[in-house]
Design a protein around this ligand. Sequence first.
Ligand code: AMZ
Length: 450
Amino acid sequence: MTRQAPTAGTIHAERVQQMHEDDLHALCDATNAAILDGGGFGWLAPPPRETMERYFRGVLLVPERQMFVARLDDMIVGSAQLVRPPRNNEAQAMSATLMHFYIAPYARGQGLGRLLLNEVESCARSMGYQIINLDVRETQTDAVRLFRSSGFHHWGTHPSYARTDGRTVRGLFFTKRLQDDERIVPAHPQAASTPIPAAGHAPVTGHSLTLYPAIDLKDGTCVRLRRGEMDNATVYSDDPGAQARAWIDAGCSWLHVVDLNGAFAGRSANTEAIESIIANASVPVQLGGGLRDLESIGKWLNAGISRVILGSIAVKNPELVREACRLFPGRIVAGIDARSGQVATEGWAETSEMKAVELGQRMQDVGVAAVIFTEISRDGMLTGIDIEQTADMANALSIPVIASGGVGNLDHLAALRAATAQAPGIEGVIVGRALYDGRIDLGEALRVLA
Ligand code: AMZ
């Protein structure tokens, strides 16, 4: 059976110990689709259906294996297994191995992978494990990105890990310590004094980063502002849907959309433009600007937006953010925009007393999936990211941090990437004006960050 790509819906992850026929069929469909997509499971080609069904029935019986599933609108669309060491292996009894982790291609981009991983982790914690180990083909880039941004430490690479399509691919080995919430490579006390490359020809080190091309909407058009000032706008396109397609065709895996009129007005304003982006987007889209109540958050998440970005209410109503995180797990992101460390709201027209890092910690406590950190004085100025502040934020939090504001050339991206060696929680970067001006070619940017 071919599954349709479901639109954004209710997402859920759980451990299962038995399974109804319907669930088993959906699980086999999801596994089939993941195998056909090029992996996420050991099989190189889907086995006959009865073989796969027998396999999963068997897994449920094996006491060494815990089975987890991810559901979209109740339908199983992904799974994972947590495997404990053999009983005689007392020396490694504290560690479990995460295996066969995947989300079916038709359900990606909705935060299910992170939700499934969180469920596995919390179960492993409650079972007393101190370490989760895993290994993954290097070509599984979405999974690799998820593990890196979830605090897994990449400690080694196997040069001849797997053979697919007659090609040998490398395997990445990750580990994560659970009990004390410490990263295996901790944010070193000396990190503050470790020089973080600011600009120039930084070596391409550190881990890979997600590139989020920005589409900022003003009066139905795509614009870039300088330092967030509305009367300092350059119009780049009057067709937001076509702009979305252009960035996707150039290879991006996410889009970052801001409704600027919405951010100033306190409610969505560029509705048509956002709908046109959704209609044209084959990659997940995150949207911010003017989302100030559960109704508008739910409306956009149901309309095809993968994650919403909450800025002003993060400062003014953190309990509302908590409720949103409860209702839409994995799909709420905090947008923290600061001038010299002080948080700004309402289209950046107001500056609050709150410190950016303090707000980041509060947002982590209420359950947001990630933080987008913007230094306003850099935004649209092409002078480079405030890497030091971004790294400080990332090292103060255990959730991923996305850098924003100031990217002007490829060296700025390489410098951010290098900084992830000291600040592994940095997960991605938003780029705006430099892409529109043609100072940065999106394909080249992806190569620097990959
Ligand atoms: O450029 C601006 N003046 C601006 C901007 N880009 N003002 C707000 N924003 C973005 C934030 C965040 O993504 O970076 O709007 C979002 C927050 O909106 P709100 O309505 O939740 O504060």
